[in-house]
Design a protein around this ligand. Structure first.
Ligand code: NAD
Length: 494
C-alpha cells in the first residue's frame, strides 16, 4: 500500500451521488439531498440523493420490466458470466480509489478496507460468475412413463438493503449470486456508506450489465428502504443490518406480498478461552483484534470474552496490552489498526453502553472514552470491561463498537451456558488444545460460525448466517444461491 497515492486520493473532491435507475444517474424526484459527513474529521464530504418512495417505485418498475423482457435472465449463461467477470476486473482495477472513497465515507482503516472491500467484493462476484454455468436442474427418479424435471429459476426482482460497515463486501455477497442467477436487483445502500457501493454499481454498467437490471436508490431507510420492503413487485428481500430493521422488514413482507425475507443481523459473539489454549499470547492478540478492528463495527466481532478462571487475570492483562498497542486514528494512515466510529450517533451510543456497564458493576480496565477530539472525527479508545454478569446489558445487547465485555467461567458446562445466554447466534470462537473439547464446543454453542484456535478470517467458500435473532439464510458459498432461485417442477406424462 502506497501512502502517497492514498494521500493524493483523499484530497480529491467527491461529486454528489445520485440514484442509478435504468442505467442513468438521476436526482431525487423532489431534488432532495442529504449531507455525507466523514467520520474522519466530522466535515461534510459531499451529498447523496435523499430518495423518495416515488424514486424507489420507479427503480422497482425498471427492475421488473428488465426481468420480464429477459434482457439479462434470458442471456446465455456464458454471456452473463462474461459481464460479471469483467465487473470483478473493473473493481480490482479501481480498488484503491474505491477503498479510499469508502473509508472517507465510513471510517474503516484503509489496510482492512482494501482487503475486505474491493478485494473481497471482486472475489465474490468472480466466484458466482464462475459458478453460474455449473448449476443444473434435476431429473427426479419417477416411475416409468413419467418424467419429473426440477428447474432452477431466478426468482425475479430482488431487493437488497445494505449496512454501513463493509458496504462493498456485503453488497457483493447479495449482488453476486442474485445477478449470477439471472435476477434483476434494486439496491438500497446505507445512508452513511453509499458512495463506494454506488461507484461499484456504475462499474457494473461499464462492464456491460444491461440497463435496469441493477438499480440503486440512496436515502433514508425509513423512506426508500420501507418502500422497497412494502413493494408488491419485489419477490425477495435480502438484508444485512440491525435486528430492529430486520423485524420491520418481516412486517412489511406480511403487510404486502409475503415476499421471502432473508436477514443477516447482529451478534454478541462469545470468544471462549480455556486454560489449555495452544498459545495464550496469540489468543490474546487475536481476541483484541477480533473486537477492535474497524472500531468493533464487525457483525461477527468477538464482543464477549469468556475466560477460564485459572488464567483470567493474566489473560485479561494480555488482552489489555494488545488493545493498548493498537493504533487508533486517521483511517487513511496505513499504520492505523483502529479507524473511526461511523457516526457521531454511533459514538454516543458506544459511550452510553460503557456508562451502563459501569452502573451495572462492570470495571473499565482500559479505554471507555472518546479520543482525538481535536480532529473533529469520531474516535474511541479500545475498551475492555471486566466483571460483566450474564444478565448485564453488555452481555445481552450488541454495541457495534470497540467495547469488549469479559466474564469468567469455571468449566466447560458454564462456558456453554454463558455462550448460549443471549438471543443471538451469529459467531463464536473456542481456544483449546483438547480436540474432543473443541468438537464438543463447536456442537454445543448455538451459532452460525464457530472458530477454533483462531477468530474471523473465513473465506468465501463457507457460508455465513446466524441462528436465533442473528438471522436466517446464508451469504457466501454456493449455499447463498438458494436465496435467489425458485424450484419449479415439470411433471410430464411420456
Ligand atoms: P440498520 O438496520 O440501521 O441499517 C441497515 C440498512 O437498513 C440501511 O441501509 C438502512 O437505511 C436500512 N433501513 C433502516 N431502517 C429501515 C426501514 N424502516 N426499512 C427498510 N430499511 C431500513 O443497521 P446498520 O446500523 O446500518 O448496521 C449495523 C447492524 O448490521 C449491526 O447490528 C450489525 O451486527 C449488522 N450486521 C450484520 C452482518 C451479518 O452478516 N450478519 C454484517 C454486517 C452488519
Amino acid at each position: 500500500m502506497d501512502q502517497t497515492h492514498i494521500d493524493a486520493l483523499r484530497s480529491l473532491p467527491v461529486a454528489p451521488c445520485r440514484h442509478l435507475i435504468e442505467g442513468q444517474n438521476v436526482p431525487a424526484s423532489d431534488g432532495g439531498v442529504m449531507d455525507v459527513v466523514s467520520p474522519i474529521d466530522g466535515r461534510v464530504l459531499t451529498q447523496i440523493a435523499r430518495g423518495t418512495s416515488a424514486d424507489m417505485e420507479r427503480a422497482i418498475a425498471s427492475a421488473r420490466s428488465s426481468f420480464d423482457d429477459g434482457r439479462w435472465a434470458g442471456q446465455p449463461p456464458g454471456a452473463r458470466k462474461k459481464v460479471l467477470l469483467k465487473w470483478a476486473d473493473l473493481i480490482e482495477a479501481n480498488a484503491l480509489e474505491l477503498a479510499v472513497l469508502g473509508v472517507r465515507d465510513n471510517g474503516t482503516e484503509i489496510a482492512m478496507a482494501l482487503k475486505a472491500e474491493p478485494g473481497s467484493a471482486a472475489g465474490t462476484i468472480r466466484y458466482y460468475a464462475e459458478a453460474l454455468d455449473k448449476i443444473y436442474g434435476e431429473i427426479a427418479p419417477t416411475a416409468e412413463g413419467t418424467l419429473g424435471l426440477i428447474h432452477k429459476e431466478p426468482v425475479g426482482v430482488v431487493g437488497a438493503i445494505i449496512p454501513w460497515n463493509f458496504p462493498m463486501m456485503i453488497g457483493a455477497w447479495k449482488l453476486g449470486p442474485a445477478l449470477a442467477m439471472g435476477n434483476s436487483v434494486v439496491l438500497k445502500p446505507a445512508e452513511t456508506a453509499s458512495l463506494s457501493l454506488m461507484r461499484m454499481v456504475e462499474l457494473a454498467h461499464e462492464a456491460g450489465l444491461p440497463e435496469g437490471v441493477l438499480n440503486a436508490v440512496t436515502g433514508e431507510g425509513a423512506v426508500v428502504g420501507a418502500a422497497l420492503g412494502k413493494s408488491m413487485d419485489v419477490d425477495v428481500l435480502v438484508f444485512t443490518g440491525s435486528g430492529a430493521t430486520g423485524r420491520r422488514l418481516m412486517e412489511y413482507s406480511a403487510q404486502s406480498n409475503m415476499k421471502r425475507v432473508y436477514l443477516e443481523l447482529g451478534g454478541k459473539s462469545p470468544n471462549i478461552i480455556f486454560a489449555d489454549a495452544p498459545n495464550l499470547d496469540e489468543a490474546a492478540k487475536v481476541a483484541a483484534a477480533s473486537i477492535f478492528r474497524n472500531a468493533g463495527q464487525v457483525c461477527v466481532a468477538g464482543s464477549r470474552l469468556l475466560v477460564e478462571d485459572a488464567i483470567h487475570h493474566d489473560f485479561v492483562a494480555a488482552v489489555v496490552k494488545a488493545a493498548e498497542a493498537m493504533q487508533v486514528g486517521d483511517p487513511l494512515d496505513v499504520r492505523t489498526t483502529i479507524g473511526a466510529v461511523n457516526s457521531e450517533t454511533q459514538l454516543a451510543a458506544n459511550l452510553g453502553y460503557v456508562a451502563t456497564a459501569q452502573k451495572e458493576g462492570g470495571a473499565v480496565v482500559t479505554g471507555g472514552t472518546q479520543i482525538l477530539q481535536e480532529t473533529g472525527g469520531y474516535y474511541m479508545a479500545p475498551t475492555v470491561v471486566t466483571d460483566v454478569t450474564a444478565d448485564a446489558t453488555l452481555t445481552q445487547k450488541e454495541v457495534f463498537g470497540p467495547v469488549l465485555g469479559v466474564s469468567a467461567f469455571k468449566d466447560e458446562a458454564e462456558a456453554i451456558r454463558l455462550a448460549n445466554g443471549t438471543v443471538y447466534g451469529l459467531a463464536g470462537g473456542v481456544w483449546t488444545s483438547n480436540l474432543g473439547r473443541a468438537h464438543r464446543m463447536v456442537k454445543s454453542v448455538r451459532t452460525g460460525v464457530m472458530h477454533v484456535n483462531t477468530y474471523g478470517g473465513a473465506d468465501g467458500t463457507v457460508p455465513l448466517g446466524g441462528v436465533g435473532q442473528s438471522g436466517n439464510g446464508h451469504d457466501k458459498s454456493l449455499h447463498a444461491i438458494e436465496k435467489y432461485i425458485n424450484l419449479k417442477t415439470a411433471w410430464i406424462k411420456l
